[in-house]
Every structure is written in structure tokens, then in C-alpha cells.
Design a protein around this ligand. Structure first.
Ligand code: NAI
Ligand code: MG
Length: 338
């Protein structure tokens, strides 16, 4: 029995979570769900955006599903606190084309593996008499473990190539170390091609020939920027899932936030959350189940059953129900074949 913590959060977080659970439940998995609170409504209730109780549950879980939270200036960010507390050093963003979602390209299938704990995002900024200075922290240990994760992921997913992205021509020491560790790690994976690109060139290649990439691994800030660019290639926020992964557990969440303007209207696109559950399933070595959900989702989209953000006229619940129906159909056709 796997322990799954469910944090719906605020706004459309709750709606897309309900939809995702409806689809997941059709699989009859050996999961035990525990609901936990976090976010702005949680703050209004308990004076804390991320109660100790929630952190404890997440730490003990096999995986956590996170909807989205509203972050109000002055309140602690629930998701950033969780990433830090659990040392979730990987941010994984698949970039996969789906039918009928208006992506700039079709047929794409690559992942971006972003280091999630250091780089310029450690927050070491200070004012100087002339302006301000920010420190960029890059450690060999973090470079090694993120590169190792990328190669292991490529191996697991049968991806033939890993591309490192950096700016070592300018950031000679910090990105020099990243590139060095990347090629050191690559030696343990002789079956996988290793290559590297400068980040500015990569920003261009992602638009010119994104089909060239299979697994991209990079430092925190470059990963932040490139993954948003890549999301646009395949349809944007409503369909972009992500995973935060550590040594033991992981948190699986859509890239989007709580979208207060459309919250409560039953029109949020559940796709990003549903795809985040497939990342969780893969993390728990349930690849077959993950593929089933992906297939059902694609069939549903192909039929034109989609939410208004994708130009459709269906509600969140109607879309979830349609995906569940397709899922059960595919499942039954498999079992009929014996
Ligand atoms: P947002 O992602 O919530 O919304 C941006 C735009 O995309 C809005 O127009 C929204 O309606 C649309 N959108 C997003 N998800 C959608 C979906 N599933 N279906 C249809 N349309 C969708 O970002 P925004 O507006 O900047 O932030 C709103 C709140 O969410 C803020 O409090 C922000 O701090 C928080 N946030 C939380 C995140 C998290 O929980 N990890 C991530 C990003 C923002
Ligand atoms: Mg971002």
C-alpha cells in the first residue's frame, strides 16, 4: 500500500485535484490517500501557510499530489518550504505534444531536468554603494546528483541523449564545474549520448528544432526560464505538469497557480494536474497505469472534449468524466484481450 498525501490547496487547485482523483480512482490502485492543508485558506484558518502537521505527512509519504496555492506577499510560500524541507533537488518538466491543445509544434517529447536547490536562487543578495550583488552558489555535489538523475531518467525512459545547458564560456567557475561534473557522470552511461550547449543557443534551438532533444539537464535559473519557453511549444500553462523529486519522496504538481479569476467556475483545465499524476505513477514504477491515463487523455482531447482555455466548451468535471470513461474503455479492451 502506497501512502499518497493530497494537498488540493486554493482556488482551481481544489478543482483540478478533484478531477485528477476521479481519473486516478478508476485505476483501483493500492494507494492510501491522506488529505492535508496548505496555502492561503490554510493561513486564514491556522495562521500558517504550511502547518508542521502537513510537512510531517509529506515527509512520511511515498508521494504527494499538490494542486496549487495562492501566495500572498508576506506569507511563507508553502511549496518552496516543502521543496526545501524535503530537499527535493530535481524539478522535472516533461514537454510532450498533445492533440488539440494549440502547441506551436506537434510530435515533441522531451524532458527538462532542472536543479532545484542552488544557483542564483539561494537568495544571497546584498546592496552595495553602487547597486546590489547576488551570489551564485554551485556545488559539485548538487551538479553530480542532478546529472546522475538526468542520465538515470534517460535510461529508465529509453531516451538516447542527454543535453547539458550552461554558460561556461562566461561563468567559467560555476558553470565550468557544472559542465565538468556532467561529463564525469556521463562516463557511467556509455549507452547514452552526452552533449552540451550554451543557454543562449539553447533558447534559440528550442524554437528552431526542439525535436532534436530528449533530456535536457541544467542549473536552477536556466531551467526556470527554458522550461517556461518549452511549455509554450506544447500548449502552455493549462497542460504543463511538473515533479519535484528528492532521494525518497516527490511532490507532483501542475506548473500553474491557483488562477483566482476563474476559480469556482468549473472551467479550469485539469490536464496539467492529471499529467502530474502520471509523473507520480512513473515515479512509483507504475508505468503501465501512467500510459493508460495518457492514452485516455489524448483520446478525449482528440474528440474535442476540452475546457475553454483550449477553445473548448466543456467544464472541468465533464472533461474529467470523459477521460475516466475512455480510461475504463481502454482498460476493458485490454482485459478482454486476456
Ligand atoms: P496562474 O497560473 O494561477 O494563472 C495564470 C493565467 O493562466 C491566468 O489567466 C489563469 O486563468 C490561467 N490558467 C492557469 N491555470 C489554468 C488552468 N488549469 N486552466 C485554465 N486556465 C488556467 O498564475 P498567476 O495568476 O500569476 O497566480 C495566481 C496565484 O497562484 C498567485 O497567488 C500565485 O502566487 C500563485 N501561484 C502558485 C503556484 C503554485 O502553487 N505552485 C505557481 C504559480 C502561481
Ligand atoms: Mg517559473
Amino acid at each position: 500500500m502506497k501512502k499518497i498525501v493530497v494537498i488540493p490547496g486554493d482556488g482551481i487547485g481544489k478543482e483540478v485535484m478533484e478531477a485528477a482523483l476521479m481519473v486516478l480512482n478508476a485505476l483501483n490502485l493500492d494507494f492510501e490517500y491522506e488529505f492535508a492543508e496548505a496555502g492561503h485558506e490554510c493561513f486564514q484558518k491556522y495562521g500558517d501557510t504550511i502547518p508542521e502537521e502537513t510537512i510531517k505527512l509529506v515527509k512520511k509519504s511515498d508521494a504527494t499530489l499538490f494542486g496549487a496555492v495562492t501566495t500572498v506577499p508576506g506569507e511563507k510560500s508553502a511549496i518552496i518550504t516543502l521543496r526545501r524541507e524535503l530537499d527535493l533537488f530535481v524539478n522535472l518538466r516533461p514537454v510532450k505534444s498533445l492533440p488539440g491543445v494549440g502547441g506551436l509544434f506537434s510530435g515533441l517529447d522531451f524532458v527538462i531536468v532542472r536543479e532545484n536547490t542552488e544557483d542564483l536562487y539561494v537568495g544571497l543578495e546584498e546592496y552595495t554603494s553602487e547597486g546590489a550583488v547576488a551570489k551564485r552558489v554551485i556545488t559539485r555535489r548538487a551538479c553530480e546528483r542532478i546529472c546522475k538523475f538526468a542520465f538515470d531518467y534517460a535510461l529508465k525512459e529509453n531516451r538516447g541523449k542527454v543535453t547539458a545547458v550552461h554558460k561556461a564560456n562566461v561563468l567559467k567557475k560555476t558553470d565550468g564545474i557544472f559542465r565538468e561534473e556532467f561529463y564525469k557522470v556521463s562516463k557511467d552511461y556509455p549507452g547514452i549520448e552526452a552533449e552540451d550547449f550554451y543557454v543562449d543557443a539553447m533558447a534559440m534551438y528550442l524554437i528552431r528544432k526542439p525535436e532534436d532533444f530528449e533530456t535536457i539537464v541544467t542549473t536552477n535559473m536556466f531551467g526556470d526560464i527554458l522550461s517556461d519557453e518549452a511549455a509554450a511549444l506544447v500548449g502552455g500553462l493549462g497542460v504543463a505538469p511538473s515533479a519535484n523529486i528528492g532521494q525518497k519522496t516527490g511532490i507532483f504538481e501542475p506548473v500553474h497557480g491557483s488562477a483566482p479569476k476563474i476559480a469556482g467556475k468549473n472551467i479550469a483545465n485539469p490536464t496539467a494536474m492529471i499529467l502530474s499524476t502520471t509523473l507520480m505513477l512513473k515515479h512509483l514504477n507504475k508505468n503501465k497505469e501512467a500510459t493508460l491515463i495518457e492514452k485516455a487523455l489524448k483520446k478525449t482531447l482528440k474528440k474535442g472534449i476540452k475546457t475553454p482555455d483550449l477553445g473548448g466548451k466543456h467544464t472541468t468535471k465533464q472533461m474529467a468524466k470523459a477521460i475516466k470513461k475512455e480510461l475504463l474503455k481502454i482498460k476493458n479492451s485490454y482485459s478482454n484481450q486476456g
